[in-house]
Design a protein around this ligand. Structure first.
Ligand code: TTP
Ligand code: MG
Length: 377
């Protein structure tokens, strides 16, 4: 048997000694915001997403979960499970505003805040800014402040690494807290079904089941050679996770310079109608990313790549951050209008928002696999 994986971290500074890590995750986030803002929805099964034939739930209230409704479920299926399900369209501007509020609360306790999405973040409170000392106490203070300042509930997991803190925040949802103390990690993980592990999606869990691995204990019984043979680059992560070990640091996000999207076409295009239609699609994708990451920026740049690979860019900056999709779209269309008609067809179109203000909150990369990735609508 090969030696177990070494203790090197994925970054230049390995974690030394035990850390105190909190994972905070809002409960049924989008649905709870809708229930908060529309009291008639409280206590009712509520789904957020499109209710058309191709609609999908972004999430649903805990009342709807009792019927089996879940995130990413087709709306048609959800309605079959729960005929009284009430649908609401997502209001990303409101979710983004709440996300900023909770971020501010986190930052009162530590600068080491790593957002994973609008509604969840890791906090390293090994040395907290207020000198409180107890991570559990800090987690309770944060939950209390979130409730008082946003009217919403959050669950928290407290432990000595990210992997365990994330598992813990899920343990007593909604409106719960769970603490996994040093020495308890391996035991906690042993009892869990592997599908609860961060980064193991339904397909990963199926593959494991086929190999006789259902729980953390089953996983811990496999040696590193076996894991490498079946799970390749995930092996080291799984080997450690099965033992409650995770060496990844909480990384405060470095400000990003820009956010955007681009598309290369199957064939070169030049007609104004086609270009405008394509621009609309790119606006939709880019704006979704902007809202998801709660980024605020002041410069919109349109990039076109000609058939001969030469680039053409046009940019416009605003005094205040671009505040709405309509404003973003209007600027993008004005930039395109400036360059029409085109001298030659183009093969690629891209759009970015840059000059981002301070707190960029783009989701951090996931440790393994893609199954934990959030899908929109
Ligand atoms: P989650 O934290 O995964 O879910 P949640 O907050 O709705 O519920 P829980 O109490 O279990 O934490 O995701 C946060 C938000 O992200 C969620 O409210 C809606 C959005 N989302 C999607 O848009 N698509 C998805 O597939 C998932 C999982 C979430
Ligand atoms: Mg959540």
């Amino acid at each position: 048997m090969a030696p177990p994986p070494d203790d090197s971290d994925d970054g230049p500074e390995p974690v030394r000694g035990l850390r105190k890590v909190i994972h905070v995750d809002m409960d049924a986030f989008y649905a709870s915001v809708e229930q908060r803002d529309e009291p008639a929805l409280r206590g009712k099964p509520v789904a957020v997403g499109g209710d058309g034939p191709r609609g999908v739930l972004t999430t649903c209230s805990y009342e709807a979960r009792r019927f089996g409704c879940r995130s990413a479920m087709p709306s048609v299926t959800a309605r079959r499970l729960c005929p009284d399900l009430i649908f609401r369209r997502p209001r990303f501007d409101v979710y983004t505003a709440v996300s900023r509020q909770i971020r501010e609360i986190f930052l009162d306790y530590t600068p080491l805040v790593e957002p994973l999405s609008l509604d969840e973040a890791f906090l390293d409170v090994t040395e907290d800014s207020k000198g409180i000392g107890s991570a559990t106490r800090i987690a309770q203070l944060i939950r209390g402040r979130i409730k008082a300042e946003t009217g919403l509930t959050a669950s928290a997991g407290v432990s000595y690494n990210k992997f365990l803190a994330k598992l813990a925040s899920d343990q007593n949802k909604p409106d719960g807290i769970c603490v996994i103390r040093p020495g308890e990690g391996a035991q906690f993980v042993a009892a869990l079904p592997v599908r609860r592990f961060f980064g193991i999606g339904p397909r990963g869990a199926e593959k494991m089941a086929a190999l006789g691995i259902e729980t953390g204990a089953d996983l811990a019984a496999k040696d590193i050679d076996f894991l490498r043979q079946h799970f390749g680059s995930q092996a080291d992560y799984l080997y450690r996770a099965a033992r409650g070990i995770d060496l990844r640091r909480v990384k405060a996000n470095r400000p990003r310079k820009s956010l955007g999207a681009e598309r290369t076409f199957a064939r070169d295009i030049s007609s104004g109608t086609e270009l405008r239609a394509t621009l609309e699609k790119i606006i939709a994708i880019t704006w979704e990313r902007i809202e998801r990451s709660a980024a605020q920026g002041r410069t919109v740049t349109l990039k076109l790549k000609h058939a001969d690979f030469s680039n053409l860019t046009r940019a416009r900056s605003t005094a205040q951050p671009v505040a709405s999709r309509a404003e973003f779209a209007a600027i993008a269309h004005a930039l395109l209008d400036e360059v029409l008609p085109l001298a030659q067809p183009i093969r690629l179109m891209g759009l970015t928002l840059s000059q981002l203000d301070g707190d960029d909150d783009a989701p951090a990369p996931l440790p393994v696999g893609g199954d934990a990735q959030l899908s929109l609508l």
